[in-house]
Structure formats: C-alpha cells, structure tokens
Design a protein around this ligand. Structure first.
Ligand SMILES: Cc1cc2nc3c(=O)[nH]c(=O)nc-3n(C[C@H](O)[C@H](O)[C@H](O)COP(=O)(O)OP(=O)(O)OC[C@H]3O[C@@H](n4cnc5c(N)ncnc54)[C@H](O)[C@@H]3O)c2cc1C
Length: 362
C-alpha cells in the first residue's frame, strides 16, 4: 500500500545540505518533508571529518553574512582542535600552514544538523529511498509525495538533478576513508604526489584515533582508489580496516542549480572547495540560501532563480578560484618531479592562499 502526502517542500537527502535547507525553510513557515534513504542519518561515515573554524570560514567567504548560526556546534561535537595543516610533497618535504579547524564525528554532526531542522518543524523520514522524481512529485517504495518545490540534496550523483536536466559536477573523484586507533599529533596531514594521483591522502587526528583516507582523480592514475589507499597505509605503517567511500565533486560549481520548481544544493550542485574536497561548510552556506529561497517561493511566489543568484553572490567566487587552482595543479599531477617543483615555487605564502580558496598568483 502506497501512502500519498502533500507538502510545500520535499527535500531528497538528509546530509548537511538537506538538513540545512529544511531548517531554514521550516523556520520561514513552510511545510517541509525530508526523505533520506539511509536507515540512520549520517551512518555510515564517509568523510575526513574535518571542519574549518568559524574564523577561517569568515575570512574565506567575506560576502557571506552571519555564519555563527551555521557553524557553532555543541562542545561534544569537537573531537580535537587543530591549528596547523602539514602538507607533504612527493619527496616528503614538509610545509606547515596555520589553519584553524577541528575534527568531529561526522555521523553525530549530521544528526545534529537534522535535529536543528526537526526543531524548526521539518519532518525527516529515514529508510525512504526516492526511486522516481517528476515535476511536483517524488516517489519511494511506500510513499508518493506531492510538493510545490523539490530540493535535490541527494549528493554528487543527484537523481533529482538528473530528472530535471540539471548538470552534475564535471569532475567526480573517488575518495575513501576509515578510522585508525592511536594517539596522533593535533596536526592535519595531507600527502601529495603519486601516492594519491590528482588528489591527496590524509591523516586527520581525532581524540584517540585518526581519520585516514585518500582521494584521487582517475585521469592521473591507473590503480583503483582502494589500491592507492592500501599502499598509503602501508607506507605510514598504519593498521586500517576496509575503507568506506564515495565521489567528491572537484570542479567548478554547476552552471545551473534551478529548473522549474526544482533546485539542487550541496554536492548535488557541485558546491565544494575543489582544492581540498571540503563540502560540509559549503553545504551549510548553500542550504541556508536554499531554505530561505524555497520558502519565499511558496509563500510569496518569488522565482526560485533567486536561490541561484544569491548563492553565487555569496560564495561562488572563492569556489571558482579553488576550481581554477585545481586545474592549474593538474598540469603537475602527472609527475612527482613537477609536483615537487610546483610546491617549492608556491612556498608557504601561496599555499596559505591556496588552502583558503584565494588566488595563488600574483
Ligand atoms: C571520503 C570523503 C571525505 C570527505 N571529507 C570531508 C571533510 O573532512 N570535510 C568536509 O567539509 N567535507 C568532506 N567531504 C565532502 C563532504 O562529505 C560532502 O561535501 C558533504 O557531505 C556534502 O553534503 P550534502 O548534504 O550535499 O551531501 P551528502 O552528505 O552526500 O548527503 C546526501 C544525502 O542524500 C541521501 N540520498 C542520496 N540519494 C537518495 C535517494 N535517492 N533517496 C533518498 N536519499 C538519498 C544520502 O543517503 C545522503 O544522506 C568528504 C567526502 C568524502 C567522500
């Protein structure tokens, strides 16, 4: 028996983008339903679990107002504070860059964001995989939901985006991660070169553990991401379980994020920092804009294009800079020697700009 529901806004996906959109739309007074295919929000974890500090976010995205409401989290969601990112060249030359952030438990972080949405009045239904999307309607195995607006917050392979002819990120890179027990320095380590062609490997410390992972761009290497991962943990002498993985959008944000009465948000819209694959904070920024825009559409009939215009005004430029830097870096990725030289030329000052989505030249 299939139940039928009618809501103002249906959101596919309860990751950071979906929960944030749900929170702000519900706060504005519309009826919001989130459908999540996982049995439990945030589980399993497929993430490096690193978050930049509010201070770094404010510096990186100067055109976004009041970020505290997006980035303040309860103290128990901060596993370990880090103030240095250590970058390793292919020959293991170290570059130490000051960067404030913290590690978290991604499953509990996603659950916290979902709880904020529920507190605002949104309903979240788990175990509901959306299998069909049409104008004004989405369907799971046991639900038909009719809605005035459909939000695709369903990750990099977005089926909502596909159904409405919206583009995906042009560069989807596989990345995998797992946890390793032990005591680690409070420093985020990133390893570049043939160890992770076109991407990087990381050791990100947590309390009594580290998140260890690796992402690659398949244009630059022959092996699978799991093979690179196994070699990396061997080199590091770490004992790691089988990693979990998925795709990370690593290109310009998508050219269009609105079609008719549908929008895409977060990874589904390619809204990620292409220099490092960090997408949680961008999903938060985008979700707030999306939530307000869909509510205005329902309540006042304002065009959904306002969402596209507003997120581009607030944070497109730093994302574009990061994507351009990644294209430039691609000229070196094929060769360890070129990567080594490029990092020497960049030096600390330009690398500081690079990790903050700022231009590296002049
Ligand atoms: C290995 C790895 C490490 C990463 N490390 C970091 C990091 O350290 N810091 C950082 O900021 N970012 C990191 N990222 C990127 C970050 O995880 C994403 O950018 C972020 O999750 C985007 O949020 P989202 O809500 O757009 O998408 P997601 O978090 O992917 O959420 C999409 C949700 O939609 C659901 N869904 C999909 N299809 C359907 C469907 N048909 N029906 C119902 N539900 C559906 C999914 O189950 C999921 O819950 C990492 C990514 C990977 C792969």
């Amino acid at each position: 028996m299939v139940d039928e529901l009618k809501v103002d806004v249906v959101i596919v996906g309860a990751g950071p983008a979906g929960s944030t959109t749900a929170r702000f739309a519900a706060e504005a007074g519309v009826d919001v339903l989130v459908l999540e295919r996982r049995a439990k929000v945030g589980v399993p974890v497929r993430c490096g679990e690193f978050m930049p500090s509010l201070e770094e976010m404010t510096n990186m995205f100067p055109d976004v107002g009041d970020m505290a409401e997006l980035f303040e989290v309860p103290a128990d969601l901060v596993s370990l504070k880090c103030d240095v990112t250590r970058i390793y060249s292919p020959k293991f030359t170290r570059y130490e860059l000051p960067f404030l952030g913290y590690t978290t438990d991604r499953d509990r972080l996603d659950q916290f964001y979902a709880s904020q949405a529920e507190k605002a009045g949104a309903r979240i239904m788990t175990g509901q995989k959306v299998v069909e999307v049409k104008e004004g309607m989405v369907r799971t195995d046991d639900l038909i939901v009719k809605a005035k607006v459909i939000v695709g917050a369903d990750g990099p392979m977005s089926m909502v985006g596909k159904a409405f002819g919206l583009p995906r990120s042009a560069d989807l890179c596989p990345a995998v991660t797992t946890q390793v027990k032990g005591d680690f320095e409070p420093v985020c380590e990133m390893y570049f070169g043939t160890i992770a062609p076109g991407g990087y490997a990381w050791v990100i410390p947590k309390k009594g553990a580290a998140n260890v992972g690796l992402g690659v761009d398949r244009k630059f290497g022959e092996e699978t991401v799991n093979q690179y991962f196994n070699e990396f943990v061997k080199v590091k002498g770490l004992k790691a379980d089988k990693p979990e993985g998925k795709f990370v959008p690593m290109s310009m944000p998508c050219k269009r994020t609105v079609s008719g009465q549908a929008i895409t948000v977060g990874d589904a819209a390619g809204q990620v920092m292409a220099v490092n694959g960090g997408g949680i904070p961008i999903a938060r920024l985008a979700g707030r804009v999306a939530g307000k825009a869909v509510a205005e559409n329902v309540l006042k009939g304002t065009s959904l294009q306002k969402y596209d215009e507003e997120w581009r005004r607030q944070f497109y430029r730093p994302l574009r800079t990061a994507a351009r830097t990644k294209v430039l870096a691609g000229l070196c990725f094929g060769s360890a020697w070129r990567t080594e030289m490029a990092m020497k030329v960049l030096g600390d000052r330009r690398m500081n700009n690079l990790i903050r989505c700022r231009p590296i030249f002049p």
